[in-house]
Design a protein around this ligand. Structure first.
Ligand code: ADP
Ligand code: MG
Length: 356
């Protein structure tokens, strides 16, 4: 038997192989409408509504650093990222199961803070925390949240329904989370350096963090766009496809394209980049557009709509039309502000856990 490093196939390559092994378990499950491959699994439970279920893992040193992450925020984020996947199905969340593996050096008060954050977010999104599991951990804090939600046959929105000619839309602003992460990483380096030299923490740096509070908030306390699901319900607009932006616009648009068997064209000038992210990018001599395209963790919704419903959504300032769905053979294209068109399939983009 030969051994292949996981980095050779990447996160999505690994998921593909695991789905193939799990495939036999999906036979004879007529109630399951969607298995592996969308933001949530979707199944019937007998009644008129459809259930959705998702799970997300937050691992210390992979997803968060306790030096720069308040426990309360972390708890809130662990709920929000699951609500975000539920919203991506055009569903509303219902129950959560919360599992934690806790290292011995955390205090009771810290774990309580984590839970207070979860409870706060859960109340805000109308989620009931109905159970979970608790273990010790030999290496770092791990949080796993599983969430269910409800939608209907008419409202259910998969990644796979986009059609050529439809508008590509995104909610809110992008790039904020990556900008916040940059600031916090710099902060961490400074903090560790000061600690090493036994020097006091510099107030100027703190002031700068406050100046960029929106970007930092985007990273530490992302909000799931449940308001968009409510907007769709109120207006009767049903997106033809939808995904939440967890890996980055390019990567998540690629998921819609693959599942819908379509291509896409987006325009740089129409991508809503958070103003503060531009300011942070200037300071780091980095590029806010790159953060918006591949930074990830913005937890906005990316969806497609037929042009006929444009009137119904155009007044909503939270929705930006950024491009158009194309036939599959045209690929995934981005036109920059100078009118140059590049093929995004050729460029890297999106976060891969195994660093392909
Ligand atoms: P998201 O970013 O929306 O949470 P992921 O990229 O994590 O989605 O996962 C993509 C799809 O693969 C989802 O349908 C998810 O349920 C499935 N998936 C991920 N990891 C596993 C696994 N270990 N076993 C089975 N399915 C998985
Ligand atoms: Mg998702």
């Amino acid at each position: 038997m030969s051994f292949k490093p996981i980095s050779e196939i990447g996160e999505f390559g690994l998921i593909e192989r695991l789905s193939a092994i799990a495939a036999p378990t999906l036979k004879n499950t007529p109630g399951l409408l969607e298995g592996i491959g969308d933001d949530c699994a979707v199944y019937r439970t007998g009644g008129p509504s459809l259930q959705v279920a998702t799970t997300d893992l937050l691992v210390e040193q992979v997803h968060f650093d306790l030096l720069t992450t308040p426990m309360h925020h972390l708890g809130s984020k662990s709920i929000a990222v699951n609500v975000s996947d539920v919203c991506a199905m055009n569903a509303l969340p219902e129950y959560a199961l919360v599992s934690i593996a806790v290292p011995g050096n955390l205090s009771v008060e810290m774990v309580e803070q984590l839970y207070a954050g979860m409870a706060h977010a859960a109340a805000r999104y109308g989620v009931a925390i109905a159970g979970g599991d608790t273990s010790s951990s030999p290496s770092g804090l791990t949080i796993s949240v599983t969430m269910t939600g409800q939608t209907s046959e008419e409202r259910l929105t998969l990644r796979s329904g986009a059609q050529p000619g439809e508008m590509i839309c995104v909610s809110g602003r992008l790039g904020g989370s990556a900008a916040g992460l940059k600031l916090l990483q710099r902060e961490r380096t400074i903090m560790l350096e000061l600690l090493r030299n036994n020097e006091p923490y510099d107030k100027d740096v703190m002031a700068e963090l406050r100046e960029y509070s929106e970007a930092i908030r985007c990273h530490l306390l992302p909000e799931a766009r449940i308001d968009m699901v409510r907007f769709f319900n109120e207006t009767g607009v049903v997106p033809t496809s939808m995904i939440d932006i967890s890996d980055g616009l390019t990567s998540d648009l690629r998921h819609i394209c693959r599942r819908s068997r379509v291509g896409a064209h987006i325009e740089e000038g129409r991508i809503p980049v958070l103003t503060e992210a531009r300011a942070v990018a200037d300071e780091f001599q980095d590029d806010a557009l790159t953060w918006a395209l591949s930074g990830g963790e913005d937890y906005q919704l990316l969806f497609t709509l037929p042009k006929a419903v444009y009137e119904k959504v155009s007044a909503n300032r939270e929705i930006s039309v950024i491009g158009e769905i194309l036939p599959e053979e045209e690929g995934l294209l981005l036109t920059d502000i100078f009118g140059m068109t590049i093929d995004l399939e050729q460029s890297a983009g999106g976060f891969d856990h195994f660093g392909r």
